[in-house]
Design a binder for this molecule. Sequence first.
Ligand code: PEP
Ligand code: MG
Length: 584
Amino acid sequence: MTLALNGHAVARGIAIGRCHQAERNEIEIGEYRIGPDEVDNEIKRYRKAVDSARDQLMELADRIKMTVAVPASEIIQTHILMLGDSTIRQNTEERIRREQCNAEWALQTQLEQVLSEFRNMDDDYIRTRGEDVTQVVRLLQSKLSDETASKPGYSIPDRLADTLVIASELTPGELAILHERGVAGIVTEHGGPHSHTAILAGSFGIPAVMGVRHAQGLLMEGEILVLDGGLGVVYADPDEAIRKHYQQVQRDTKSFRLSLEAVREEPATSIDGSAISLQANAERREELEQARDLHASGVGLYRTEFLYLRGEPPDEDSQFAEYSGAIRMLNGIPLTIRTLDLGADKSTDSLDFSQLRHGTNPALGLRAIRLCLRETDLFKIQLRAILRASVDGPVRCLIPMLTTAREIIMVRSLFEEAKKELDQRDQPYDPMLPVGGMIEVPAAAMALKELGRHLDFISVGTNDLLQYTLAADRVDEQVAHLYDPQHPGFVRLLRYIFREADSLGIPAGVCGEVAGDWRYTRLLLALGLREFSMPPSRILEVKQVVRKTHIPKLVAAFEAWIHSPGDDTDMSLLQILDESQLKN
Ligand code: PEP
Ligand code: MG
């Protein structure tokens, strides 16, 4: 009989194959006391384990870099950084000294303290990072236990083709090994949709469902499983109908991918001849190269938070080097650099802003431009770096989370100060550098008349605009059902924004996730959008829809809906728009 289990949908795709239970070789973490004269040796033993863990992770990061064009190796780099981070390294050594205990035990008690501090923080990002700390500590403990000859980690077969691996949890390193061995799909009992292992599964293209309760107890070794990574469902012993359905979905996906290749070199032009600008959201080298190779008409969103998450805040020269390197890589297509957008779900330990995490409602707190206008010295370093890079190729600057016209006036005046400082140093810049604003706050959308006068362009950040318009936290899966771009209130707000921008003569784009989701391409075209920015991996999918769309027919159907929604049909808005393409 078919058994269906639910979990978090973390990586799209269908996997069909046999179940393999990955049994973890548990390491016994015992506590024993050491004498004062043994402390130095114990610390040496601990440091040797750190070195060996680092070597293992570095070797893995290099191997990954060679096999896939994804930011995967950077995820492993995060774990390498954690090995040297004082939270683990220094505190564990101090514990060994202070408590005169073995290294494994010092690590264990340190881990428990860090996790209990994280649990008290009302921040999804931080909680997820707790998984990373746990994984790094487990690796170190396994290295320490290597010496005492017990076997660490999972026993994993060499070949995993047509095999779905079921595990309690997986580290990014373990997932990378499964990938190398050709695993078809992944099911884990623990791990959230924002964990690094989840992100990595998406990058590798391994269909994955995580957080499936009791998966190890309920699924049986060798039985046939069907996994739907988009829905977050695993079927054990599926009946004929389910199997046939998913085999068909697999075939359709394959031919869809092939059909995408056919549009690679074609222009993004609709049937009626409208040229649509498809840009990329890119920041890593691989993404920038992909954007260029896919003929994106620009990079519409270059997030800069990653520069600040590496350790110390980056100085002007190192930021300039990053921006200018990105510009050169793009070979003449414009780069839209978004200024620092930290806060809410994107916190950082590298900057000493304790207030970032302590607000009771961080998404409504001191984030993005609000934070930058308070920390103007830090912000001006970034503005100068952007200005300096603007002589190396076409650059635009984008300001996140604007709420009031006053904020953009302050930004403009800081830009003028930054220009004067560069003049004094005789450093060149583009005096006409366009400055645009992200529309992510509903009040800013409704006040476009006031804000627009100070902006050269706008880019709608639908990820945040949706969460603020629908009062549904973007990282809380309990309210994910409300986070719906088809909500009539949201659709009307977007319509207002594009119409207003048009009448003010300001170019308008969208760089939130909906711009890269082909299911919403027609809706956005109907609303008047002509500039889409999305992860490079989505460009061909969206281009495919654009090329099959007749925009005037779409607009007619949409305007009919907006004036009398739900009149004579119970079809969804997206269905109505698709139907409009079939009519003469
Ligand atoms: C958005 O909010 O839509 C956006 C693109 O910004 P981020 O996802 O970085 O908040
Ligand atoms: Mg945003």
